[in-house]
Design a protein around this ligand. Structure first.
Ligand SMILES: NC(=O)c1ccc[n+]([C@@H]2O[C@H](COP(=O)([O-])OP(=O)(O)OC[C@H]3O[C@@H](n4cnc5c(N)ncnc54)[C@H](OP(=O)(O)O)[C@@H]3O)[C@@H](O)[C@H]2O)c1
Length: 264
């Protein structure tokens, strides 16, 4: 096993591509060893040649199978994990009356239950040592209900609400452990082809937001540092959108979301 000076590991779920892969690259630049988890992690192995002095563990787990979350934790605590990024997730797009129940339940298992289990196990572990951090990937979708993308939006609202509440408890208890929500707006990844348009003939929408690399660089910089904040939200447009969701009449926000999602 190769090790960096501090022997610290970051565990990243959904590490094989998209934001998870970009987080791994960013963490390696910061001298973390990595445990990267996805159903298929071959892509991570190519990073090993670029970072021969660091250890990259590429572990295949389907985290929507919840017993795998417990196996993952039991295996991971043999390493000095100081950071968990709960990033694996996807969405199911469409009118609620039409979307596939099994796919939605699988998404709930991954986006909510797997994240909940790993957050619980690692928070307990980190609190015992009074150090460590969990970064949970929510979304700007977490801030309001999402007609035509309803279960995905609801799953991200769960992530944001849970993480903010836990982080408040930790601060009140004077713990140094933190659970930070990172809330991306649209970013061009496979999220859009896997999540939104499965079983439809539609093409994924054109996404103009930040690149995954830029988003992960900026969000990680903040999420690793903040002590008082609960939420990391990047970009003026996203901040405006979230403020609008809070202060504009809900009927207007719901109507806008319905039209935007329906027209995708
Ligand atoms: N992209 C956006 O616009 C956007 C916006 C807001 C929030 N987010 C959130 O950001 C996170 C990352 O999304 P992304 O855009 O990077 O999506 P992505 O490119 O589709 O990547 C998703 C990652 O999750 C892994 N994964 C999927 N199902 C899994 C399972 N059952 N068990 C373990 N790993 C699994 C995938 O690898 P395998 O397929 O190999 O398992 C992949 O590594 C998600 O939580 C998403 O909701 C994304």
């Amino acid at each position: 096993m190769k090790k960096n000076n501090t022997n610290e590991y970051a565990l990243v779920t959904g590490a094989s591509k998209g934001l998870g892969f970009a987080y791994c690259e960013e963490l390696l630049k910061q001298n973390y060893n990595i445990i990267g988890v996805a159903r298929e992690t071959k892509s991570l192995q190519k990073l090993q040649t670029q970072y021969p002095h660091l250890d990259i563990q590429a572990w295949d787990y389907d985290l929507s199978d919840l017993k795998n979350c417990h196996s993952l934790f039991a295996r991971a605590i043999k390493f000095n994990v100081s950071l968990l990024i709960n990033n694996a997730g996807y969405g199911v797009w469409g009118l609620f009356k039409d979307t596939d129940l099994e796919k939605e339940l699988n998404m709930i298992d991954l986006n909510i239950k797997a994240l909940h289990i790993l957050t619980k196990l690692f928070v307990k572990h980190f609190v015992e040592k009074n150090c460590g951090r969990v970064i949970n990937l929510a979304s700007i979708a977490a801030f309001a209900p999402g007609p035509v993308f309803s279960t995905y939006f609801a799953s991200k609202a769960y992530v944001l609400s849970l993480s903010t509440a836990i982080n408040t408890e930790l601060k009140k208890q004077k713990s140094l452990v933190r659970v930070i929500s990172v809330c991306p707006g649209p970013i061009k990844t496979d999220f859009w082809s896997r999540s939104e348009y499965q079983n439809t003939n539609k093409k994924p929408p054109k996404i103009k937001g930040m690149t995954p690399e830029k988003f992960c660089h900026q969000s990680l910089k903040k999420a690793l540092k903040v002590m008082k904040k609960n939420i990391i939200l990047l970009g003026l447009g996203n901040r405006f959108l979230v403020t609008a969701m809070k202060y504009f009449p809900q009927s207007l926000v719901l109507g806008q979301t319905y039209s935007r999602q329906k027209s995708r």
